[in-house]
Design a protein around this ligand. Structure first.
Ligand code: CP3
Length: 335
């Protein structure tokens, strides 16, 4: 929390996107025979899975185990998460009539999230819990395409071709996302991260015109609640200054831009998060250490730094490599 607020820290804090997941044998064991979205609705399972990487790696924060599509499922959309594929939507949203299916999220729709966050904050003690949500653009892409997409062509066709419908769609998603974050904060989450994972597919002028207003609305809705707000996307080197403008306290950076350069692009008054390439963890331990040292060195030029990977932990990552990395970041940054 101090690093997010750009205050002095005893050592650089570290957590990993997708730290709770398939890289852990204990995760694969408890998830056996239980569908992804079903597991997100069981507070006992959510609590156990969220705590697993904290126990094993001694990371400085837990990330709430859920998924960006959980609030969309909660308002009644027919969608599923297919193993090895990702979210799949039965009836994609492509017209004004389709928009009516996107009703506002009520806190009670996700009562299991409130329950799980409550259980978790009791178990975690002083370790912060990071809540999260998908950003309007990334959610819109899944809803319009009907599933994961390489080129986001239907999404962009709607964005360019029907700006009024696009604006209304993103506005509704911003409302749903804001409620989902507020539920987690009200239940005790210490920080929140907005995942705009696929924003890097956009040119800056399109991001500014067509996406930034909706993401800003989300950050405004959770401003003044006393919790740091993190904003993350992949391939966003050319968008970093705009992502900072949306209102986050911390901007997450993937591995393509060094953190000192990223901080220059984001501008003053923001901390940074990142940004070791997740694939580096497949190299020998000395290489991991050398690359992590480069990240820590570049971060010295920033106002605040939370160590993370540049994107999520890859499922076949050796969990021991992650534990060693946490230890290395802690000891090296202490000096
Ligand atoms: O530690 C954590 O970060 C756990 C919580 C978490 C999950 N999904 C669990 C999950 C978070 C923060 C997410 C966010 C999420 N979901 C994003 C944004 C982050 C990112 O990666 O950019 C996105 C784009 C999604 C959509 C999604 N859900 C995808 C692309 C997939 C992978 C599909 C696959 O099997 O390859 C999912 C499923 C998912 N979400 C899994 C987990 C652990 C894997 C499902 C499983 O374990 O069976």
């Amino acid at each position: 929390m101090r690093a997010c607020r750009r205050e002095p820290v005893p050592h650089t804090p570290v957590w990993f996107m997708r730290q709770a997941g398939r890289s852990l044998p204990e995760y694969r064991q408890v998830r056996e025979g239980i569908a992804m979205l079903d597991s997100c609705m069981r507070p006992d399972l959510v609590t156990e899975i969220t705590l697993q990487p904290v126990r094993r790696h001694r990371v400085d924060a837990a990330i709430f185990f859920s998924d960006i599509v959980v609030p969309l499922k909660a308002i009644g959309l027919d969608l599923d998460i297919r193993p090895g594929v990702g979210p799949v939507v039965a009836e994609p949203i492509r017209s004004r009539a389709d928009l009516e299916r996107l009703r506002p999220l009520e806190p009670d729709d996700v009562h299991y999230v409130t329950e799980a966050v409550g259980l978790l904050t009791a178990e975690l003690g002083t370790t912060p819990l990071i809540g999260f949500a998908g950003a309007p653009f990334t959610l819109a892409s899944y809803l319009i395409e009907g599933g994961p997409s390489r080129n986001h062509e239907r999404t962009k066709a709607l964005m360019y071709g029907d700006p009024d419908l696009w604006r209304d769609l993103l506005d509704r998603l911003a409302g749903i996302t804001a409620t989902f974050l507020r539920v987690q904060i009200a239940a005790g989450a210490s920080a929140v991260q907005l995942f705009d994972s696929w924003a890097g597919a956009l040119a800056p002028q399109d991001y500014r015109r067509s996406v930034l207003p909706a993401s800003t609305k989300v950050f405004d809705a959770v401003a003044g609640l006393g919790v740091p707000r993190i904003h993350f996307g992949v391939g966003t080197g050319e968008l970093l200054h705009l992502m900072g403008q949306a209102g986050a306290d911390v901007v997450g950076v993937d591995w393509r831009v060094p953190l000192d350069e990223a901080a220059r692009r984001i501008g003053p008054g923001r901390a940074v998060q990142g940004n070791l390439d997740p694939a580096v963890l497949f190299a020998p331990h000395q290489v991991v250490q050398a690359k992590a040292s480069e990240v820590l060195l570049a971060a010295k030029a920033t106002e605040g730094h939370v160590f993370n990977l540049g994107h999520g932990v890859l499922p076949t990552t050796d969990p021991d490599a992650l534990t060693r990395l946490v230890d290395f970041v802690h000891t090296t940054s202490q000096a």
